[in-house]
Each structure stands twice: as structure tokens, then as C-alpha cells.
Design a protein. Structure first.
Length: 484
């Protein structure tokens, strides 16, 4: 595959040369340079934010009806759908996703998300309040949804295009303008999405900035032209964003880290629960915020279940994500693999048992791979049970009864996702309601309903995305009342 060279950023409807040149994009599987991305300046970040502000204050997009915006978003979705087959290769090359994930969850999901938000853009923005007599006068009114302004969309490295579509879709549907800043390691697919959107929408509605360092994101968050920050990434960075946003009371939508519990009761369907647990390894190498990396297993089946999981790990095919039959690819970067390896070393030092994995596959001398890893004899106070590793690492903790399972699950700073495996429907609902997490899946592996609310408790974030909840997150609510 020929390297993809991008040396421009999108500001106010024009693709302009990045003032700091370009930097290399590295294939996580081969360590080869597969492209170059633009290194823009802080001044260009501010220019993009100002262009978005100008488009919001003076352009047609916020003033269009929802039906008109829906038509444009449907056109963006259709054009992306046509371009999607040609984006799979670069997606694999820059993210390391295996081909089925690249085709379905990375590229294939983008047009679906955009089309969904096009439908919702056409929904009536007003809710009529029935008249009511108050002190002899009849009060009537309506609540209406209006755009917030300029939204900074800062996307993560694990599902860059899909996450970008999930941010710009509801923001644009509500009439906002956006500045998109992707993660440094894999920005090329996001740039392609922004190019398609810009070809359909008025100038300045979508802007794209890019660079290899954190200073660009910091400048975008701090810009006075930005009204809202939509960020997906680490809790540490989310806290920094919240501090900056608080100085001007900017709206934030933060989807942050997770350390999701998977609770397996003795009566669970064993094969389904094993498959659900193994998704931490096979679904994008554990680089997914909703991964059930904290495996809580009823004590009576603990040994049997963990041994079965070790056996399953030995059957996982690891290798180049382009090859047919490979189900687990590399981690996204050398730096990220080093971080995962430090967490594994810490687990060993804390006294947990490394039941399988923990090393670099010997048959893969190149690429940023880590074997599927399972720790047993883990206590919930160990670092590996408390911090997000964001890699193919599972920790297994036994519990005696339902009350202890809930207590261990909730003893966490995170609260994004949870999983319950049991044949007892009443117990499943009791436990699901007791978990302090934004989502609970019962007898089901990792998966997201696009119409459902998505977000976290505690240090897993602020706000809710998904479906109509995303429209609420990206809009202001105004009440207009009168007396008859």
C-alpha cells in the first residue's frame, strides 16, 4: 500500500498547508511508515476555532431547519458509504485493527451513525406545554432545542472514525459547528471523514486540526471561540479538560476510563460467559473502554472457569491484522505497549499469579503485540484491579455470594460498564440495578445500542451520549412562555 500523505488541515472550508510540516504515521503491525499527517500550529488551531465561530454566528447552518440539516447529513452519510471500501486499508494500517473490526466497527459504523443522526435532526425541536390556569391567567408555552455553538470534538485512538461520527453527528444535527482534533497516532481516517463532510456542508461548519503533541488539544480546549468540549479518552486528560472548561463554564461531554466488572455466577451459561470474558483479548486487543477487564467469578467455579479461559487464550490467533483468521492484532503504538507491559510487571510485583500471557509473542519479531494475559489470585486493592490497562489484560477475582460480588464491583473509581452472567433473571436485575455503572449488559458481551444512553458514573465521565440523549447533550434548552 502506498503511503498516505496529508500535509493540510481544514480551516473555514479551505485545506491549508500545516505550518509545522508533517510527522510519520506508523503501522502497529509492521512498524513501517504508512503515511504522514499534518503538524499544524497553535495559531492554526485558533484559526479553526474562529472559523467555526464565524460559521456559527453568520453562516446558514444553525439557521437551517432540522429537515434541511437532515438532508445534508444524509448526503454526507451516503458519500462516506461510497468511500468506505477504500478506507479499510488505511484504517488497518494506522489503528492495527483486524480486518473484521476495521470493516464493521471502524469504517462500517460511520455511515450508520451519521444516517441515524440525520433522522434525528429532522425531529421537531419544540415541545408544546399545555395551557395552565395560574392565579386567574392562562399560561402557555413551549420548550425548544437550540444549538450550543462551537463544539470541539477530540477523538481517541481506538475507534477514531466511529467516535468522530458519534461526536459530529449529533453536534451537526443540532446546528452546531465543530472543530475536530483526532488522536495523533491514527488521524488519517478522521481526515477523510472531515473531507467528505466539508464537501457537502457550508464552509466552516466542519474544521479539522492535527498534530503529534498535546499542546494543540490544550489550545483548542482553552479557545474562547469554543463553547463545548466533547472528549473521549483517559480520565487524567478528562480532568484537565474539566478544569479548563470550568473557568468559562463551558459545556463538557466526557467519556473517560473504565475498569468494568464482569460478574459470573455459578449458574451462568459457561460457554457464553467464557466468550464474553475473552472479548477483552479478541476485540481490538482490549483497547476498548467498555471491556470487562475485572472478572468476578463465584468461588465454586473459580478454578474451573479460569483454567478454561487459559485454554481459550492458547487458541487465539495473534498476528498481522490483514491476514485471514487473525483475531487479535497489535496495540496501537510502541508507547502504549510499554505502558501495558509496565502494568503487567506491576501485577507480578504485587503478587498476582500470571496464569497466561504477559509477554511479546515470539513468532512476531516486529509489531507492538502483547499476548492475551490473565491474572489470577488478584485482590481488588491491587493496582491491576483498579487502574485501566487498556490492553489484553484480564484480572480474575473470586467472590462468595451476591452481596460480595456487588461490593467488589462497586469498589472502583470507575463506573462505565458492567456485565452480569447468570441464569436467574431476578438476580440479574437485582445486581444490574445495584451496580454503579452507566450501562449493564445481562448475559451479553460487549455491544452498544446506538439509541441507548451511553456514559459513565464517577471517574468514567460526565454526560450521556447516544440517540436522542446525544441531541440533548449537544443543545441548549429554551422555554418560551406567554399568557393568554
Amino acid at each position: 500500500m502506498e503511503p498516505t500523505i496529508l500535509d493540510t488541515v481544514l480551516i473555514g472550508g479551505a485545506w491549508v498547508r500545516a505550518e509545522r510540516g508533517t510527522y510519520p504515521i506508523i503501522d502497529p503491525a509492521t512498524e513501517d511508515v504508512v503515511g504522514r499527517a499534518p503538524e499544524c500550529s497553535i495559531a492554526q488551531v485558533e484559526a479553526a476555532a474562529r472559523a467555526a465561530r464565524d460559521a456559527f454566528e453568520h453562516g446558514p447552518w444553525p439557521r437551517m431547519s432540522g429537515v434541511e440539516r437532515a438532508e445534508r447529513l444524509r448526503e454526507v452519510a451516503a458519500k462516506f458509504r461510497d468511500a468506505a471500501p477504500g478506507l479499510v486499508g488505511i484504517t488497518i494500517a494506522e489503528t492495527g485493527a483486524v480486518r473484521p473490526v476495521a470493516e464493521a466497527q471502524q469504517v462500517g459504523a460511520v455511515a450508520l451513525r451519521l444516517a441515524k443522526y440525520a433522522e434525528q435532526a429532522a425531529l421537531p425541536p419544540d415541545e408544546i406545554f399545555p395551557g395552565r390556569e395560574v392565579q386567574g391567567r392562562r399560561h402557555e408555552g413551549l420548550a425548544t432545542r437550540e444549538p450550543i455553538g462551537v463544539v470541539a470534538c477530540i477523538t481517541p485512538f481506538n475507534f477514531p472514525m466511529t467516535n468522530c461520527a458519534g461526536k459530529i453527528g449529533p453536534a451537526l444535527a443540532c446546528g452546531n459547528t465543530v472543530v475536530v482534533k483526532p488522536a495523533p497516532v491514527d488521524p488519517l481516517g478522521v481526515a477523510a471523514l472531515c473531507r467528505i463532510a466539508d464537501s457537502v456542508l457550508p464552509p466552516g461548519v466542519v474544521n479539522f486540526v492535527c498534530g503529534s503533541g498535546p499542546e494543540l488539544g490544550e489550545a483548542l480546549v482553552a479557545s474562547e471561540a469554543v463553547d463545548m468540549i466533547s472528549f473521549t479518552g483517559s480520565t487524567a486528560v478528562g480532568l484537565q479538560i474539566q478544569e479548563v472548561a470550568a473557568r468559562r463554564l463551558k459545556r463538557t461531554l466526557l467519556e473517560l476510563g473504565g475498569k468494568s466488572p464482569q460478574i459470573v455466577f455459578a449458574d451462568a451459561d459457561r460457554e457464553k460467559a467464557l466468550a464474553g470474558a475473552a472479548q477483552v483479548w479478541t476485540f481490538h486487543s482490549g483497547q476498548i473502554c467498555i471491556a470487562g477487564t475485572r472478572l468476578l467469578i463465584e468461588a465454586s467455579i473459580y478454578e474451573e472457569f479460569t483454567q478454561a479461559l487459559v485454554a481459550r487464550a492458547g487458541r487465539i490467533t495473534i498476528g498481522d491484522p490483514r491476514q485471514q483468521g487473525v483475531v487479535m492484532g497489535p496495540l496501537v503504538s510502541a508507547a502504549h505497549r510499554e505502558r501495558v507491559e509496565r502494568c503487567i510487571a506491576r501485577g507480578v510485583a504485587e503478587g498476582a499469579t500470571l496464569a497466561c500471557g504477559g509477554r511479546r509473542p515470539t513468532h512476531l519479531p516486529k509489531g507492538w503485540y502483547v499476548e492475551p494475559t490473565l491474572f489470577t489470585n488478584v485482590r481488588n486493592d491491587m493496582m491491576i484491579a483498579r487502574e485501566e490497562v487498556f490492553g489484553p489484560v484480564i484480572v480474575a477475582i473470586p467472590f462468595r455470594d451476591e452481596a460480595e460480588a456487588i461490593a467488589i464491583a462497586n469498589d472502583s473509581e470507575f463506573g462505565l460498564y458492567g456485565y452480569v452472567w447468570t441464569a436467574d433473571e431476578q438476580r440479574a436485575m437485582r445486581v444490574a440495578r445495584a451496580l454503579r455503572t452507566g450501562t449493564v449488559q445481562v448475559n451479553s458481551g460487549a455491544g452498544m445500542n446506538p439509541d441507548a444512553p451511553f456514559g459513565g458514573y464517577k471517574r468514567s465521565g460526565i454526560g450521556r451520549d447516544g440517540g436522542l440523549y446525544a441531541l440533548a447533550a449537544h443543545s441548549e434548552l429554551k422555554y418560551i412562555g406567554w399568557t393568554a
